[in-house]
Design a protein around this ligand. Sequence first.
Ligand code: 26Q
Length: 840
Amino acid sequence: MSDHQPVNLRLPTPGCYADPERSGLLADELFDGMTEHLFFTLGKLAPAASRHDLYLALSYAVRDRLMTRYLAHVEAMRASPQKTVAYLSAEFLIGPQLHNNLLMLGIQEQAADALSRFGVESIDDILEVEEEPGLGNGGLGRLAACYMESLASLEVPATGYGIRYEFGIFDQLIRDGWQVEITDKWLKGGWPWELPQPDEACFVGFGGHTESYTDAEGRYRSRWIPSEHAIGIPHDVPVLGYRVNTCDRLRLWRADATESFDFYAFNIGDYYGAVEEKVGSETLSKVLYPNDGTDEGRRLRLKQQHFFVSCSLQDMLRSLEARNLPVQDFPRYWTVQLNDTHPAIAVAELMRLLIDDRLMEWDAAWDITTRSLAYTNHTLLPEALEKWGLGLFGSLLPRHLELIYEINRRFLQQVRLRHPGDDRVLRRMSIIDEEGGKAVRMAHLATVGSHHVNGVAALHSELVRTTLMPDFAEMWPEKFTNVTNGVTPRRWVALANPELKALLDESVGPDWVRDTDRLGQLERFQDDGAFLERWDQTKLAVKRKLAAYIHRHTSVLVDPATLFDVQVKRIHEYKRQHLNALQVIHQYLRIKNGQGDGLAPRTVIFGGKAAPGYTMAKLIIRFINGIAETINSDPDMDGRLRVVFLPDYNVKLGERVYPASDLSEQISTAGKEASGTGNMKFALNGALTIGTLDGANVEIRERVGPENFFLFGRTVEGIAELAREGYRPEAVVESDPALAEALHLVAQGHFSNGDGSLFQPLLQNLLHSDPFYVLADFAEYLQAQNAVNRTWSDRKAWNRMSLLNSARTGYFSSDRSIEEYCRSIWKVTPFPVTITCDVN
Ligand code: 26Q
């Protein structure tokens, strides 16, 4: 990929939007830009400006600088249309924008300088003000954001298409140890990073019925008469690459009513009825749904999916028309990635747009569709595999259901040719699930309609091939592939960990930010005592900051010199936060029983949200908080053990946590975590992993070396074997006194003020079913934790291992993932933009 130097834009010519206060990157110019925005955009005089005003003024000034590049990119694409990646995702968890854009432009210091002239001592005070858009649940949404950033940084033309939820993921409060959900009002203070484009609105239909008719050429056709419509208004968020001119975009659709007033109803005097109708269609983009696959709001969720997919595909088709390109060229100019099955309706919608609206023949339309779409699977969990009952589907999208029947009929015909007389294989592969309540299987639809299907880590992709879709993989072996996830080193190291960045810049040179393979040069220092000491001090400095944050937000005092042992991620039984919690209880007991010698003094930190309808996950949060309360108030634990639950874990908090961690807990049941991406953020920042052979842990361990990774737990095969043999968790407890003692203490109410009933549902579940093999892996987990304790006592050895984790995990940069997608799936190449209207 090409290597572009930072450009210092000075564009004075009229038409180049070149006023220095709008495009200059010097502190003076930023200051002038801020002053103008305070006055003209915000209506404030500088002395009266609040921190929020200054945040907005700086953001607008930075946005001006993005616009020059964004429009240059748009112009370059108009002059020379290029194949563009369309990343379709129901979630984009992009995190705070101001800090990131300062980093991308290379003007953090200039911005701090400009702010100082308004009396701001630390830029952090202003960055802190930004509300992050929580437009995602967790891993999948954050991955989409890392990928957009890498696409821009690699100068690949791309648009991310999604939904502009008015309420994103809820804010989490902890009250009496329980999770309480608060609506996320991220737009309340105004969000300066989006540009509404109402002139590019799209219409989307729902419901109604289909009619058949014969067209002028005597061909049988179907047409859809929807009973309802919504309008999608694009809101564009610029996504600038790192020190390049490429500025891609995130196009998020907000649903609006078709008419602000239904004039008929207005005239007959039903003014309020008309307003109600308007309110109805606006609720489409109101709220993000949780990832627990519960039945709540299912109809609205399907509507949301069709809404944003239809708008996005119309937008792509329209872009060809605007450039006078024939629709047959769609796959030459667009490559469409489906981020899980949430946008899988695209298979039917693209067919509908081509056949019904553009009057194409089936085969030509199918050819375009399957040459354009590719699908990424992110989960094997049965409850997260999307299925839509035919009743619901047909009532909302009757024409799409017809098309899916036809896609399925033709597909099953192919299957029949391969497996004559085998009805079982037909039933297994059918897009329509005929067992029980009939339903559309979205993963099957996505697979049939795509040219590639990929999993997100080597192990996961193998399981997709062998267990989730073996029949499909046998039929189309070349369709199935792997692209191991990655994370952006810009946000997750350079921005989140400035202390480490400074050390890396000095030791391996600043280009590691763009080329993380260069982190390998750190290996030179692995036996350099003085360097390892600096490595240690760098970590300690960051841990001090987190300790201060923990004190501010939870009132718990923690010692930065202790081992920071961290598990942050969504709360889910398969992720096994309760396994970690039981381990903490065991440590507590060892100390209480006078057997605490050799234990590393630890601060065990948890963070994560539970889906509001997921009772067991919410009880796990209560469990952790109960343990924290008992332990933190016991003087015997002083200096030895602290437990913290950090409320409201989100991108912003992740930026504080990953850099300050010593130990990364990646302890899911083997075969359940598709990849994990937090595991990569920890390792890049020098945390050691304690983990199972699951998801990308496998590849992390291969890269850092088994001697630098604390492995434990059953493998996928081991778990399968246990299940076959008839797993009895009771038997595990009977043979493990340490485990029995820990569970007994819980049952007695030791962590619930004597209330033995509170955690009974959790205990009963573990003792009598233990679907995620928590008890089965407990003993080995303790052994691995003992190895952690031993290693911690030799700090030089620990620091060396920490350094090697950073040195050897450059592979997990999202730049590497995106290069793989570009080369093997999308067939797109970079399109560097040079900005030519220079001074003189
Ligand atoms: C499905 C049906 C109904 C309602 C909601 C959903 C739903 C929504 C979101 C199901 C799943 C999700 C999100 C899944 C997710 O975040 N998966 C994670 O993706 C990461 C990126 O690939 C992986 O690293 C994680 O291992 C995987 O759990």
